[in-house]
Design a protein around this ligand. Structure first.
Ligand code: ADP
Ligand code: MG
Length: 597
C-alpha cells in the first residue's frame, strides 16, 4: 500500500515536468484536458455527488470566456465597469460575479423542478445562452472576438502554451483540493445527502434547497474560470465551443471518469480528450475517407463504458494504484459542543389534541390525543395498519392533521417545516431506515449534528473550520460509543446489519441534542441482547430528562421499559395507561389476538 502523499507528490512532479519534456502538441492537449477537467469537476459535485444533471455547463464556460473577451478587447468601457478593463484578473472577477448572478437566477428557476424537468431546463438555458453569444453584435456574432490579451503575472506574460499550462493546472488543482475539502465537511455531508437522503437531511435540519443552490453556483463558477483561461489561451472566442453538444460532452467526462469522485473529473477529461484526438487521427486512415467517423465510434465507446463501468473509470484507476485509505481522525480532546438545557422532568413536551387524519374516505387517525412529558417514555402500539405511523407523521410535521392539533413545547407543529421542528429539539428515527449507505457510520451520525455547527462553504473549502469539525465528529463518535457502535465508526453504514442501522439512526438523532426523541419501531430486527442494550440506553436517556415517544410492535420490549402505553386500533385509541393495566385490558387482548401477534 502506498501513502497518498507519495502518490500525490509523484503526480505533481510529473505535472510540473511535463511541459519541459513534451512537445508543444502534447502540452496543448494537456492544456485542454485541464480546462475540460475543471468543468467536469463542477459536474462531479453537481451531478455525481448532488444528483442534479446539467447539460448546460458549456454555456457557463462561454459566459466566463465572453465576459473577459468583451471587457479586455473593448476600446472604451462604460464608467461603471471601466475598472475591469485594466487587467485580465479583474475581468475574471467580473466574470465570476456575473456567472454567480446568472446561476442564482437560473438556479432559482430550475432547481425546484424535479425528475426530467431539471435536465430539460439546463438544455433550454444552454441553447439560449449559446444563441445569445452568436447573435449579439457587440460580441462579434458568429465570427467572435479576437485580439484578447494574454494573462500576465508580475510582468511574466503567459503567451505560450507551456506557460499558461502552469496557470491552468494550478487552477485545476486548487479546484480539486477545495472541492475535496468541501465534501469532507459539515456542508459537504449536507451536499452528499442530497442524492437519496433529502427527507432524512431535512429532518436533521439541513436546508436542502440551499445545498442544491450552493453546488449549482460552484459548478457554474468552475465552468466560468475554465472559460476565462480558455479565452486567454486561445486569444480568440466564438460561440462554437459553448454549445449544447459540448455541454453533453462535459457531462460524459464527469460520468465516465467516475461521477462521485473529484479525481474522476481529471480521468474523464483525459480519457475523452485523448480518445477523441486519437480517433480523429486513426479512423480516416482506417476508412480511407473523410467523414465524422470519430463521433460515431466515440458514441459507441461511451455506451460501452457506461455499460461496463457504472461508477466510471476512476475506481479502476484507483485499483491500479493502491493507496492507503485515509481514516478520519477523531480528536477525543475536542471541547464538547454546547448542549440545550432540558426542561425539568414532568414538563409537558408534546401534546396531540383530537388529531384526525383522513385519506379520502379512509380515516387513518380518529380523534387521537396523547401527551409526553420530560423524563417519560410513551409507547404507541397497535396492530399493523392501526394508524401509528400516520400519527407519528402528524407529530413530526411530515404530515398535517385534517383536524386537531399537535403542540411541541407549547407551539403548534402544523405549518412548520421539518427543519424548524428539528431546531426546536425534536429528533427522530425512521421506520424504514434512511441513511447514506456508502458514507461511513461516523459521518452518517455527524449529519445529526448539522444544526450544532455553523461554518459555511468557504471556510470548509479552505479548511478554516477544522476546530468546529473536530467537535462535530467527536460528538458523533461519542454518541456512537453510547449506543454501542464504537467498533463500527469507520465502516460503511450500508455494511451494518439492519438492527445496527436502526441503532445508528438513534445515535444520529441524539447527535442533534434533542429534548424529544421519536422512534419508529426501534427494536425491529434487533437480537435479544441488542434489544436489552437499547432498552438500557433508553432508560438512561429518560433518567437524563429526555422525553421519548416510540412506536413499537414488540410487546415484550415495550412492557418492561415504558412508563405509559397508548393502544391504537383502526385509527382510534382503544386503551391508555400503565403497561400492566393495558396488557390485561380485554379490548387490547382482542385487538392483538385478532390482529398480527
Ligand atoms: P401503522 O403504522 O399502524 O401500521 P399506518 O399509519 O401506516 O399504520 O396506516 C394506517 C392506515 O392509513 C392504513 O390503512 C394505511 O393504508 C392508510 N394510509 C397511511 N398513509 C396513507 C396515505 N398517504 N394515503 C392513503 N392511505 C394511507
Ligand atoms: Mg407503521
Amino acid at each position: 500500500m502506498l501513502s497518498p502523499r507519495l502518490v500525490l507528490s509523484v503526480f505533481l512532479a510529473a505535472l510540473a515536468a511535463a511541459p519541459l519534456l513534451l512537445s508543444p502538441f502534447y502540452v496543448t492537449l494537456l492544456n485542454y484536458i485541464g480546462l475540460y477537467a475543471m468543468v467536469a469537476l463542477g459536474l462531479v459535485l453537481l451531478t455525481g455527488v448532488g444528483g442534479l444533471t446539467s447539460f448546460g455547463q458549456a454555456a457557463f464556460v462561454g459566459l466566463g470566456a465572453y465576459t473577459t473577451a468583451a471587457l479586455s478587447t473593448a476600446t472604451a468601457l462604460p464608467g461603471w465597469i471601466a475598472w475591469a478593463g485594466a487587467s485580465p484578473w479583474l475581468t475574471l472577477l467580473a466574470g465570476l460575479l456575473l456567472t454567480a448572478a446568472v446561476a442564482v437566477v437560473l438556479g432559482s428557476l430550475t432547481l425546484k423542478l424535479s425528475g426530467h424537468f431539471l435536465p430539460l431546463g439546463t438544455i433550454a438555458w444552454g441553447i439560449s445562452l449559446y444563441f445569445l453569444f452568436g447573435t449579439m453584435e457587440s460580441l462579434g456574432g458568429h465570427t467572435g472576438l479576437s485580439g484578447i490579451p494574454p494573462i500576465s503575472i508580475f510582468g511574466w506574460v503567459l503567451d505560450q502554451g507551456h506557460e499558461i499550462y502552469y496557470l491552468i493546472w494550478l487552477f485545476l488543482l486548487a479546484a480539486v483540493f477545495t472541492t475535496q475539502n468541501l465534501l469532507d465537511s459539515r456542508e459537504g455531508r449536507a451536499i452528499r445527502a442530497l442524492k437519496g437522503g433529502m427527507v432524512m437531511a431535512e429532518a436533521m435540519g439541513v436546508n436542502t434547497s440551499r445545498a442544491r443552490m450552493i453546488i449549482f453556483v460552484i459548478a457554474a463558477l468552475h465552468a466560468c474560470a475554465s472559460g476565462w483561461l480558455y479565452a486567454h489561451m486561445q486569444r480568440f472566442v466564438n460561440p462554437t465551443p459553448f454549445g449544447l453538444h459540448i455541454g453533453i460532452e462535459y457531462l460524459f467526462m464527469a460520468v465516465v471518469g467516475g461521477a462521485g469522485q473529484v479525481w474522476g473529473a481529471l480521468v474523464g477529461a483525459g480519457v475523452i480528450t485523448v480518445l477523441k484526438q486519437w480517433l480523429q487521427d486513426v479512423l480516416p486512415r482506417v476508412f480511407g475517407a473523410s467523414g465524422n467517423f470519430e463521433v460515431i465510434v466515440f458514441g459507441l465507446m461511451m455506451v460501452l463504458v457506461l455499460q461496463r463501468a457504472r461508477d466510471g473509470l476512476w475506481p479502476l484507476v484507483a485499483r491500479l494504484v493502491p493507496v492507503r485509505a485515509a481514516r478520519k481522525a477523531i480528536d477525543a480532546a475536542a471541547p464538547a459542543l454546547p448542549r440545550r438545557s432540558l426542561p425539568p422532568p414532568g414538563t409537558l413536551i408534546l401534546e396531540a389534541r383530537n388529531v384526525t387524519r383522513r385519506f379520502g374516505g379512509l380515516v387513518a387517525n380518529q380523534d387521537m390525543s396523547l401527551e409526553v412529558r420530560a423524563g417519560e417514555i410513551l409507547a404507541l402500539i397497535g396492530p399493523n395498519g392501526a394508524g401509528k405511523s400516520t400519527m407519528f407523521n402528524q407529530i413530526s410535521g411530515v404530515d398535517t392533521p385534517t383536524s386537531g392539533e399537535v403542540l411541541f413545547l407549547g407551539q403548534a407543529v402544523a405549518g412548520r417545516d421539518a427543519r424548524a421542528i428539528a431546531r426546536m429539539g425534536m429528533s427522530r428515527s425512521f421506520q424504514h431506515v434512511k441513511l447514506l449507505p456508502t458514507m461511513s457510520v461516523l459521518e452518517n451520525v455527524a449529519i445529526g449534528a448539522h444544526l450544532r455547527g455553523s461554518k459555511g462553504v468557504l471556510s470548509a473549502a479552505w479548511r478554516r473550520e477544522r476546530a468546529e469539525e473536530a467537535r462535530l465528529l467527536a460528538e458523533a463518535a461519542r454518541q456512537l460509543e453510547r449506543v454501542g457502535l464504537a467498533a463500527h465508526l469507520h465502516d460503511e453504514a450500508g455494511s451494518l446489519a439492519l438492527g445496527q442501522q436502526r441503532i445508528l439512526e438513534i445515535a444520529r438523532a441524539l447527535c442533534s441534542d434533542p429534548c424529544l426523541l421519536l422512534l419508529d419501531e426501534p427494536a425491529a430486527g434487533l437480537r435479544f441482547k441488542e434489544k436489552r442494550a437499547l432498552a438500557d440506553l433508553l432508560r438512561k436517556l429518560r433518567a437524563e430528562g429526555m422525553a421519548i415517544l416510540l412506536v413499537e410492535h414488540d410487546m415484550d420490549f415495550v412492557m418492561g421499559l415504558v412508563d405509559r402505553v397508548v393502544v391504537m386500533e383502526f385509527g382510534h385509541k382503544i386503551a391508555e395507561g400503565l403497561p400492566d393495566e393495558v396488557q390485561r385490558n380485554p379490548a387490547v387482548l382482542e385487538a392483538y389476538l385478532g390482529g398480527v401477534e
